[in-house]
Design a protein around this ligand. Structure first.
Ligand SMILES: [Mg+2]
Length: 414
């Protein structure tokens, strides 16, 4: 386990299963004023600091202890709280909320915290004295040499997430703010996937992860959308892939172009996927996406391109094969990347000129062997050769001609 790690959690909507402010305002009958302010703030239309000052001003009328008592009862995500308690010396809550409002709630969770401060007199808030800038907390830990992981969902988390070493957009209560998604390394939408990811960041976990690369713009195909969203026989490619991986616990989807549409499509099918951002999707290829997906993946990472179609009878073989391998097929493409083999049938080189097989993917590698490349997965694999070859029936969809072939290839699949 990496003891140099520090986990910083936003409070509202990340640890609490309901936003605290609407709860306060509803309880004390001031919803109308507060709701508009909250929504506008979450949407990023009112700067956080201005919104916070205005909110505090409205809430000043309520005794501080009343808010403190009310928030102590707020519903929490039990799985998140459990993780925090188990690692309480590495976890902190970082919230813009006022210390005097959340002290009881935080002590119930059981870790250190950073919050805004105010001057209280006779149980009434007199004035604000400090508005917490979450990014300052991140910088402070980084100065101490810590590796900072930030988990948040709101607009006021985005700067802190940008400064963090690893940032997780958390969609447990509501869809994360756009500003958060635009800097996040990961996005998760269930407690199961958040917990799995936190453990993976802490230390390499046993087992396999599937890394499905869906970040590209699909320019050669020319259908104007990322390949994951094109349809074959009435089913989106991403739906076909998820069906193939339904038995795999750790499915990681690397997203870039049209990421929100992909997320929405996936969440209708399963919510425990870990989304990995390749923000540089226009300049990089699947090798970069695989690297990002494998960064905190389980011991073995299976590289699976979003447009790779494997015959149903061969999928199980790809997912359960023990150890490292690379997938190949007989020569089926117009413009293949060939695989050259040695006398034992091991893959020893890729070639544009000749070979017995065609590189098709997938590939299963030890995650720790996956290095960063800007181009293709096979460029990444080259220095790891020789590797075991796994022969399968597969197609990919690079061009419109490939698409038509794939329609033919997949006809009659269950
Ligand atoms: Mg929040």
């Amino acid at each position: 386990m990496d003891n140099n790690l520090v986990f910083l959690f936003d409070l509202d909507g990340t640890i609490t299963a309901e936003e605290t402010l609407p709860k306060i305002s509803k309880y004390f009958g001031i919803d109308a004023q507060i709701d508009i302010l909250t929504q506008e703030t979450l949407n990023g239309n009112i700067p956080f600091v201005e919104s916070f000052i205005r909110r505090v001003d409205i809430l000043k009328q309520i005794p501080v202890s009343d808010i403190n008592n009310l928030l102590e009862e707020v519903r929490l995500f039990s799985v998140v709280v459990h993780f925090i308690r188990q690692h309480s010396n590495q976890c902190y809550i970082v919230t813009g909320n006022l210390t005097d409002w959340i002290e009881k709630l935080v002590s119930r969770i059981g870790c250190g915290f950073f919050a805004s401060k105010g001057e209280v007199h006779n149980d009434r808030l007199i004035k604000l004295t400090e508005i917490l800038k979450k990014e300052d907390v991140v910088k402070q830990f980084k100065k101490q040499g810590k590796t900072v992981v930030f988990i948040g969902d709101g607009n006021n988390d985005s700067e802190a997430m940008r400064e963090s070493d690893i940032s997780i957009a958390c969609g447990l209560t509501h869809y994360p703010a756009n500003s958060v998604l635009s800097v996040a390394d990961y996005a998760v939408f269930s407690e199961a996937s958040l917990l799995r990811l936190l453990h993976q960041i802490q230390s390499r976990q046993p087992g396999k992860s599937v890394i499905l690369s869906c970040a590209g713009i699909g320019s050669r195909l020319g259908l104007g959308q990322t390949k994951a969203l094109i349809e074959l026989h009435g089913k989106k490619l991403i739906e076909i892939q998820l069906d193939s991986f339904r038995k795999m616990e750790d499915v990681r989807i690397v997203i870039g172009f049209q990421s929100n549409v992909i997320i929405q499509t996936v969440l209708k099918i399963r919510t425990d996927v870990i989304f990995v951002y390749n923000h540089d999707y226009f300049q990089t290829k699947t090798g970069a996406s695989f690297y990002l997906g494998a960064r905190h993946a389980n011991e073995y990472a299976i590289a699976w391109d979003g447009d790779l179609l494997v015959h149903p009878e061969d999928i199980e073989k790809c997912l359960s094969f023990e150890g490292e391998y690379i997938g190949c097929s007989s020569i089926v493409s117009d413009d293949p990347v060939y695989i050259q083999t040695d006398a034992d049938g091991q893959a020893i080189a890729f070639s544009y000129d000749s070979g017995v097989f065609e590189w098709s993917g997938p590939a299963c590698l030890r995650s720790s062997n996956v290095k960063y490349v800007v181009d293709n997965v096979f460029n990444q694999i080259e220095e790891l050769l020789p590797l075991t070859l796994l022969q399968i029936r597969a197609r990919d969809i690079d061009t419109y001609e490939d698409y038509k072939n794939a329609l033919h290839f997949t006809r009659g699949w269950k």
